[in-house]
Write a protein of this length. Sequence first.
Length: 295
Amino acid sequence: MALVSLTSCVTPIKADVVVTMFPQYDIVRNIAGDDLTVHSILAPGLEVHDFEPSSQDMVTMGSARLVVYTSPTIDQWLDVSSFDNRQVKFVAMADHYQLDLEINGDNYLHAEDEIHFWVDPLMMVQLTDALLDEVILLDPANEADYRQNAATYANDLTATYDDFSAYLETNGYRESTLYFAGHNALGLFGARHHLDIVPLFEDFKPDEDLDSRQLIAFTEAIKESGTHYLFIEEMVQPRAALAIQSELARQDYALTLLELHNYHNRSPVDDQNDVSYIDLYQRNIANIKQALEGR
């Protein structure tokens, strides 16, 4: 009833597929090409963990043929039962991947890591296969094109991973430790690449509250490790990182801040430049190489 009422006074954005976050947007738009329209209700620059949909967002989802959301944990605002499932199909990305047993046993994985499953590029390959099936159901007439597009996308992801994995292995960088002044989102990225990414915040959501003892211990760990690089989140004012950098500068210890992207969303600039998931992955790789080679 609420959606019917909203429809009467709000104009939806018409799209075949509506998504709630950037990773699935990137997958679906690459599969669909120009044959289907794809819309993300998460505008560039918004923080996904604090997102609240507008009336237009709700009506837009109700007007789509397919809605791809992340998971009930991430999209806590979404009540699928409030929509008419005869009109729109809802697919949760979290229901369409299998955790790789090869990395499941690494001792630096945390319980929260699987929440951010999309940070693992090979998980993205699994999700591409799953979303390909959904796209084909929408438009069987263009199945051949969709399969080719999905194969190209998955192959590019896999090739990028293989190249980076070979670089880490050849140069003896596997099991290296990286310090990340952000929330606990990159555990599966680290596990997949055999890198120990130590987050400042243990929670899986960005957190502005920080105990001074945690900050001191994290700062000391950075200095003791000998690294001169600290990674920060995208699109977040790095207050804690700047405080750490300032404190170490007083100790005559230089610290460079580098971005390590979580792929939640694109900045307005990245959106304007149509930066892809693979572009962001390659950006992360370049920054990690700088840190590993410069320590």
